[in-house]
Ligand binder design. Structure first.
Ligand code: FAD
Length: 520
């Protein structure tokens, strides 16, 4: 079997890949057979001359072309993982986001029936709480855009960005397809499900896990993690227990729990993250700016972009672009503003938005494990005005340090007020963001002049790491505690969190003896 890369074809719903391959290598269509499409990306480097680029797997019947884009696929060596044997058939998983759910799937594969502890609610109740915030300015601190069934990704664009495709990420994609995602997520370079797709898949995963004997305890909050005589103790809804192990998939917003763990001596450390705002445009403008006005977006989908710049010691980059989506209020603490992006599977909205953020490191905000959270909180509180309205500023006014006299229409609810990000962010962040935006505006004329900034975007990734052993994934100083996903600081995004959860949980096996006892 061979991998054939860099097959360029003109935009079409069903391009003739065999013809393109035959042409590229000057061979006959009968000389090979395509067995699988493994990647499809969009090459939009030239406006109005946008191409699709494919990678496929194929068998050759005749001579194999000698070309760098044709490579034999060699079987990968299986990795040997040292397993951890435990007695408990019902291990605890804290959280119900991607890391927790995929840890659950891995445990079920190995005969466990985990119990999930989640402070938030099921999607239906959560939808009501989220609408209550967006329409009536009422926030529930335990059940909101970030907390509840499906975790932080439930109200997202559902971008399924994977850094690489290894054994575990392939498994995650296979499961997503098994539970309702379209096959094309396995080969699209930038696959996405939308908030509707993510919720659909999540509900089916939970149904499956319940059928396999798992239990979900909603409205259950872990408030205390400590060691008592070397043993792990947890307090959940005021009841203290001593589980053999707990897999901690708490996301990056579990601030009270981070503080509790720090106080109780669980090893934590500050880590780099990024701060900025979202920039919103009309999606038509983005389509023209990045793809040109002659590109058929029925084939490509609405245009998306990724921008990067260097601003001294800070990286500035676009992040989590939501074509045809909305900027949403994603607050999880009272009287603090957090924004993020969301879209539906069809990405049919009239706006497009993306985060524009600057990296910040402990050397900027402090080495104390909770210093990053402190910085996030200060910014989120400073940005709060009233009714969860978000500060907004035209891109060009931000560069001129001027409050905008008039704001653009926007997708953001509950509403906007004219603010000045020059005064809302630390000076070093303002400076870095300005450098980045000027760079982007030069490269893509009108990007800043036509954009409106809405913020703050402070939850790009976790500002804390729960330090764990590289091999066993157990906390380095709290036996039985297995941090995973974004909150652990070892992942960022839906796929990498899911992969991390799956990887951490895959190593557990029931002790032979306990299996025998159970069978008897
Ligand atoms: C609006 C929005 C849009 C996003 N868009 C994308 C996107 O398009 N693509 C992408 O890859 N990523 C996106 N992300 C990021 C992505 O959602 C996260 O990276 C991912 O969900 C992290 O998974 P996780 O399992 O580690 O944690 P989370 O998904 O954050 O889940 C943690 C869960 O733990 C629960 N929990 C926390 N503390 C406790 C406690 N003390 N007791 C009980 N339960 C607790 C929380 O309620 C939550 O449900 C988005 C995030 C947001 C907020």
């Amino acid at each position: 079997m061979y991998q054939i890369k860099n097959i360029s074809v003109r935009l079409a719903h069903h391009p003739d890949l065999a013809k393109a391959i035959a042409h590229k290598f000057s061979i006959e269509i009968s000389d090979f057979k395509i067995t699988k499409v493994t990647r499809r990306s969009i090459d939009s480097r030239k406006k109005n001359n946008v191409w699709l680029i494919y990678t496929v797997e194929a068998k050759f019947i005749g001579k194999v072309p000698q070309h760098a884009d044709v490579q034999e696929i060699k079987p990968k060596k299986a990795k040997i993982i040292k397993l951890t044997e435990i007695n408990e058939i019902n291990p605890l998983i804290i959280g119900c986001g991607p890391s927790a759910l995929f840890a659950g799937l891995a445990l079920v594969e190995n005969g466990f029936k985990p119990i999930f502890i989640e402070q938030g609610e099921r999607i239906k109740q959560r939808d009501e709480k989220v609408n209550n915030l967006w329409l009536h300015n009422n926030l529930d601190e335990d059940s909101n855009v970030q907390f509840g069934e499906g975790g932080a990704g439930a109200y997202s664009d559902g971008k399924l960005t994977a850094r690489n495709r290894d054994e575990f990420s392939s498994k995650v994609f296979d499961y997503l397809i098994k539970f309702g995602a379209e096959d094309k997520i396995s080969y699209e370079a930038l696959p996405h499900l939308g908030t509707d797709g993510i919720k659909y898949v999540t509900t089916h995963i939970i149904e499956y896990l319940e059928k396999k004997g798992c239990e979900f305890r909603w409205n259950h909050k872990l408030t205390d993690v400590k060691k008592v005589k070397g043993k792990l103790h947890l307090t959940i809804n005021d009841i203290e227990i001593a589980p053999e192990i707990a897999l901690l998939g708490i996301g990056n917003g579990a601030r009270e729990l981070f503080a509790n763990m720090h106080e109780n001596g669980v090893a934590l450390e500050a880590k780099a993250f990024a701060i900025g705002f979202r920039i919103e445009h009309k999606q038509d403008f983005i389509n023209k700016l990045f793809y040109g006005d002659k590109t058929d977006t029925n084939v490509t989908g609405p245009a998306t972009y990724r921008l990067t710049a260097k601003a001294g010691e800070h990286g500035v980059y676009s992040f989590c672009m939501c074509p045809g989506g909305s900027v949403i209020c994603a607050s999880s603490e009272t009287n603090k503003i957090v924004t993020n992006g969301m879209s539906f599977m069809n990405r049919a909205g009239q706006y497009g938005n993306s985060a524009i953020v600057a990296t910040v490191e402990p050397k900027h905000f402090g080495e104390h494990p909770l210093a990053g959270i402190q910085l996030q909180r200060e910014i989120e509180a400073r940005c709060y005005n009233q009714f969860y309205n978000a500060p907004a500023q035209l891109g060009k006014d931000f560069l001129r340090n001027k409050v905008s006299a008039k704001l653009n229409p926007s997708s953001y609810r509950p509403g906007l007020y004219a603010g000045n990000f020059n005064e809302l962010f630390p000076k070093y962040v303002v400076q870095a963001l300005k450098t980045g935006l000027k760079h982007f505006n030069k490269r893509y004329k009108g990007f800043v002049d036509n954009g409106m900034l809405i913020g703050p975007e402070t939850r790009t990734s976790s500002p804390v790491r729960i330090v764990r052993d590289h091999t066993t994934c157990e906390s380095t100083n709290t036996k039985g505690l297995y941090p995973m996903g974004e909150g652990a600081g070892y992942a960022g995004g839906i796929i990498s969190s899911a992969v991390d959860g799956f990887r951490v949980a895959s190593r557990f096996r029931l002790k032979e003896q306990s299996q025998t006892i159970k069978e008897k």
